[in-house]
Design a protein around this ligand. Sequence first.
Ligand code: URA
Length: 307
Amino acid sequence: MRLALQALAEELRRLKTAGVKNVAVSDASVAELRRVVAGRSSERDARSEAKESATSRPAPVAVAPSPVAPKAAPLRAAAPVSRLPEPPAFTLPAGDKQTRWDALRALVQNDPTCRANVRPGKKVVLGVGAVDAKIMFVGEAPGAEEEIQGEPFVGPAGQLLTKMILGMGLQRAEVYIGNIMNWRPQMPTVDGREQVGNRPPTEDEMRYCLPYLRAQVEIVRPVLLVALGKTALDGLLGFGKFKTLGEARGQWHDFGGTPLMVTYHPSYILREPTNRKKRMIWEDLLKVMERAALPISEKQRGFFLEK
Ligand code: URA
């Protein structure tokens, strides 16, 4: 029990450091934790009373049993991620883009650290799309739907991203879509149920996965990259280089020689789907279209201008 509590405390500390403010815990688990804490303080009280009694009081100390708690669902901590190994070092085989991408995919799918960080039945996720795409989008990390399907951006944010791509006059299959992370950052679940919610990856997690993203950029050699959101910005340009997304958004940056546009994550629009916000993202995407030499109609230039 002591080890389980230590593991839980460590996991909660790690989540707090990662910026997680709330963790869902069932009433039953709270009751179980209370019971354990009550048990431990009774033991402590008993120990100190026993000590005292040894010196001053001859009578034995009666310790009341802790109240019986209802059968509680155990809190299941996620796989430990606090101490990840060094980021992977690898060399891709020579060959055409598809051969190299296939080799990378096999490497990522078999990476023991990636595999250890996904729950049973869930998938490690590598980027998808055209290996000769002009445009590569980079998001944060797989979410619930992505870890089931093994493909980035297939949940609600992904559906919006797909609409944005269509708005640019492209098909989803014509671009490349990747993530900073190859697994869904884990949070503890209650009684082994599905994880509810997502947390941003830690710096350590991002550092671990970055070589895989770099390799995808090297293989695809897109004309440009689009970072979606602050985590993608941090992962690509360095943790802490920008305090806010606003400082970097709408401007061209450089990722190892590839131009990089920074814009909002689609989930930002999902939270508040106003035309003003859509227009902000869209203006960044117009810059992307210009740089990628895509045709732009007057209609496209005017998207989301109306209030
Ligand atoms: N959000 C991301 O950043 N990536 C995904 O793959 C899905 C949602």
